[in-house]
Design a protein around this ligand. Sequence first.
Ligand SMILES: NC(=O)c1ccc[n+]([C@@H]2O[C@H](COP(=O)([O-])OP(=O)(O)OC[C@H]3O[C@@H](n4cnc5c(N)ncnc54)[C@H](OP(=O)(O)O)[C@@H]3O)[C@@H](O)[C@H]2O)c1
Length: 283
Amino acid sequence: MANIIDGKARAKEIRIALKKRVLKQQELTGLLPCLAVVLVGDNPASASYVRGKEQMCGRVSIESRVYRLPEETTQQQLLDLVDELNADKGVDGILVQLPLPKHIDTLTIMDRIDYRKDVDGFHVVNAGKLMVGEKGFVPCTPRGIIDLIKLTGTEIAGKNAVVIGRSNIVGKPVAMLLMAENATVTVCHSKTQNLGDVVKNADIVVAAIGRPGTIKGDMIKDGAVVIDVGTTAVNGVLNGDVEFEEAAKHASYITPVPGGVGPMTIAMLLENTFEAFMEYRVK
Ligand SMILES: NC(=O)c1ccc[n+]([C@@H]2O[C@H](COP(=O)([O-])OP(=O)(O)OC[C@H]3O[C@@H](n4cnc5c(N)ncnc54)[C@H](OP(=O)(O)O)[C@@H]3O)[C@@H](O)[C@H]2O)c1
């Protein structure tokens, strides 16, 4: 049976170390990092993610400001708030919670955020920096995934990594990061043929699909490291994209859902916020 990768414990470890760095900077400069989170509308899942981010900021002594806007907020009103936060020297990171209501264009909003405050790493400048290998803000979930793979002690260089999913927030950036670690990377999506054969060849599997059970246990090569990013709520229970029980019989390491990738996403958001603070306010 596979070893379980405990994302919750790893995220806690990261937060404890980060809090020490935050408090040290407060001692030296009198300043604390600040994250502004903007929530538009009343999607219950989004509201719960925002509460989680607010709570975790508090745990590491990062200040948080939450802007809760009504569903009928116009694109222009949201752009005006982003402009205000961009200009605010007391704000280090800006996160606009996705998904946005349909009448607002997500990419227009993402690209309006000052890329130096784009702690989600979704701005086209940060996506470009990741692509060309320049330092920028790396999206939080992909950054957390790489940390978890390294936590297993797996040498990524030279391994076959298969990423299932090609979204801008998970699949594409995680593929870039794995390539930067010198893995041989294959990216699969809904039009991929013979998915099972491709996955069977993987030493590292990252499933970011959003369809429970797409990755069957018998697709997993013996000894593979399996990272399940999927979080689909079915009757109030969170489900991953991998058939956990069966996959665990073949994998050497596997993340659970929940308690795997999820907690790492917020931990990396806190890290990115601290980095923004250090790079653009303290320096
Ligand atoms: N734990 C966390 O912190 C965290 C963070 C972000 C996302 N997530 C979860 O991760 C999952 C993916 O999120 P996302 O935002 O990347 O989703 P997304 O934008 O919906 O992308 C899903 C990807 O999966 C591909 N796909 C769909 N059906 C497939 C199939 N049968 N076989 C192979 N590929 C298939 C799609 O292919 P096409 O491109 O061809 O459509 C697409 O590239 C979701 O469950 C989400 O909730 C979790």
